[in-house]
Design a protein around this ligand. Structure first.
Ligand SMILES: Nc1ncnc2c1ncn2[C@@H]1O[C@H](COP(=O)(O)OP(=O)(O)OP(=O)(O)O)[C@@H](O)[C@H]1O
Ligand SMILES: [Mg+2]
Length: 498
């Protein structure tokens, strides 16, 4: 074993008397990439928040480079060489990229802010990440993936000895992930230690030296990634053998319930046409920038459609100018940027779930009993782990927040459901639950659009697959044509109209 960089002794953490971490003893080496996996709510983020000074442990301590340290806050953590890329973005949207990167550690010269130096260092950092974001761009103008890149650059701006990444790749594309992994390998070669949390077990095997499994706040195992395969990791996380991940596909009816013709959005989408049958799962594949999320946003009225575009529900043309129009037409949308638009973290679970369908709960006064029953039903259905229905969402683990936003978009009982990256950040078992849940929806006759960057998910779930590239549909695949190779041909423009 090499030199130990960080060591925890008997760490425990309680929130209002509930123990969410217990007896955590680990030693992580200098230059090691150490993976942490576990189901939603297992305690992964809590542990790394203790290491980065966001939480104080209830019991136990941390030693760093052989010395006992008390890490009071993130600034102290940075000072000794610990930085974290958090699971929830921590950027100020009104400020620019470079201002965010140097927030709290601004560079000065002769008593003034040295903006030029900060900008040029930002450019260098972003170059290292092979991304072309402008240093003066405002955060609010960036895509989710770009925001993630800024978070990574922010952590790299300080010379860290320990870099903690809490689910860094959930919003990144395959290409961005390989850039990140290259960078991680270079950092490792420089002797930087990385703690890496992810639900993507394949990535864990690829990039980590060792992996620790947490379950209900306890260490289940710590092993070399050469010694455990993905199946074994999943089994340890869940504590039992997992049955079939993807459910049996169903056969949709011939009835067309939803149709988009010649849909265009200025500078973004060009003449998109497709139809959706009753009980069908229509997958949408494509590389980032293909326009899939933009298409969903145009359908539900967040983006303005050009006047030539038509959308029909059950053969009747409808005008959808806002998400409220979409709900009225029984079209639901689960957005990809769940933190941005999915949930309100200052509200409790009941209010989040029943938010968009409030009118149906308010006969004269709000029907609080019904609201509560509904919320409880979703908690049971999705196995949402919460202290109570009145707990504010900011205290939920990342994955449990996602389950709430899913439950929320289901509440108005949609006939057409658009899922945009529904399993992002969710553990294997919850993924399986969501796949089976979508399958149950289509069995009941709901029609689903499934936008996903995980090809396995698209292939495992869809009846047909629409492939998009640069704002256009390049192919619609059926039957045995639904395979990885064919999808990539259309997505990259090797096949189909470009
Ligand atoms: N500030 C807090 N107040 C109350 N409870 C909290 C707080 N932070 C975390 N918890 C609880 O601690 C438990 C562990 O949460 P944690 O965020 O560490 O899970 P996680 O393993 O990171 O899950 P995920 O994969 O969903 O991100 C959860 O039950 C969560 O509700
Ligand atoms: Mg977490």
């Amino acid at each position: 074993m090499g030199e130990v960089l960080v060591k925890t002794s008997g760490i425990a953490k309680e929130f209002s008397g509930v123990r969410v971490l217990d007896d955590i003893n680990i030693e992580i080496e200098r230059g090691e990439i150490f993976g942490i996996i576990g189901e939603n709510g297992a305690g992964k983020s809590t542990l790394v928040k203790i290491l980065s000074g966001i939480y104080t442990p209830t019991e136990g301590g941390v030693s760093f480079e052989g010395t006992d340290v008390s890490i009071g806050d993130p600034i102290q953590a940075k000072a000794i060489g610990i930085s974290m890329i958090p699971q929830e973005f921590n950027l100020i949207k009104e400020l620019s990229v470079y201002e965010n990167i140097f927030l709290g550690s601004e560079l000065t010269g002769k008593g003034f802010l040295n903006k030029r130096e900060m900008k040029s260092r930002t450019v260098k950092l972003l170059e290292e990440l092979r991304t072309s974001i402008h240093p003066e761009e405002k955060i609010e103008k960036l895509s989710v993936a770009q925001k993630q890149m800024v978070e990574i650059a922010k952590a790299l701006a300080h010379d860290s000895k320990l870099l903690i990444m809490d689910e860094p790749t959930t919003v990144l594309t395959q290409n961005e992930i390989s850039i990140l992994f290259d960078l991680m390998r270079r950092l490792k070669d420089r002797g930087v230690t990385i703690i890496y949390i992810s639900h993507k077990l394949k990535e864990i095997r690829e990039i980590c030296d060792r992996v620790m499994v947490l379950r209900d706040g306890l260490i289940i195992s710590i092993s070399s990634t050469d010694d455990v395969d993905e199946h074994e990791m999943a089994r340890k996380m869940v504590g039992r053998e997992l049955s079939q991940i993807f459910p049996e596909k169903t056969v949709p009816s011939d009835e067309i319930v939803f149709q988009v013709e010649n849909l265009s959005v200025k500078n973004t989408l060009n003449g998109i046409s497709f139809d959706l049958r009753k009980g069908e799962i229509l997958g949408f594949a494509g590389l980032v920038g293909a326009g899939r999320t933009e298409l969903a946003e145009a359908i539900i009225g967040i983006r303005k459609k050009e006047s030539s575009s038509t959308v029909s529900v059950k053969g009747r043309r409808v005008e959808i100018r806002s998400p409220i129009d979409a709900v009225k037409n029984k079209i639901a949308y689960l957005s990809e940027d769940r933190q941005g638009s999915g949930i309100i973290t200052a509200f409790d679970l009941i209010n989040n779930i029943t938010l968009i369908s409030l009118p149906s709960y308010s006969r004269i006064l709000l029907d609080r009993k019904l609201q509560k029953e509904k919320a409880q039903k979703y908690v049971d259905e999705f196995n949402i782990r919460a202290a109570s229905l009145r707990t504010r969402l900011e205290f939920f683990s990342g994955g449990n927040q996602q389950k709430v936003s899913l439950a929320k978009s289901l509440d108005p009982e949609p006939e057409v459901f658009i899922f945009d990256e529904p399993t992002r950040g969710i553990d294997v078992n919850a993924k399986r639950e969501i796949y089976h849940f979508i399958n149950e929806l289509v069995r009941k006759g709901v029609s689903c659009i499934l936008i996903s960057s995980e090809l396995e998910e698209i292939i495992g779930m869809s009846n047909r697959v629409v492939v998009m590239r640069e704002g256009k549909v390049t192919g619609i695949l059926e039957g045995e044509h639904i395979n990885e190779e064919e999808i990539m041909f259309y997505a990259t423009g090797l096949k189909g109209v470009a």
